[in-house]
Write a new protein. Structure first.
Length: 59
């Protein structure tokens, strides 16, 4: 069984496995945006564009 969600950047419908978890980062297969799963309800997944984390390098 799969769950579905829509990319907030290009509106491509994305199917993901049932074992996805909140906070997981995925790449949109259509536009290559990095997406974070922010909500899972029944068979629907809600994505947001993932924040880019810059390397700190101890500075």
């Amino acid at each position: 069984m799969t769950k579905k969600g829509t990319c907030p950047s290009c509106y491509f419908e994305i199917e993901v496995n049932d074992d996805v978890i909140l906070g997981e980062i995925l790449e949109c297969p259509d536009c290559s945006s990095e997406l974070e799963i922010i909500e899972i309800k029944n068979d629907e997944v809600v994505f947001q564009i993932a924040e880019e984390v810059e390397d700190d390098w101890g500075e």
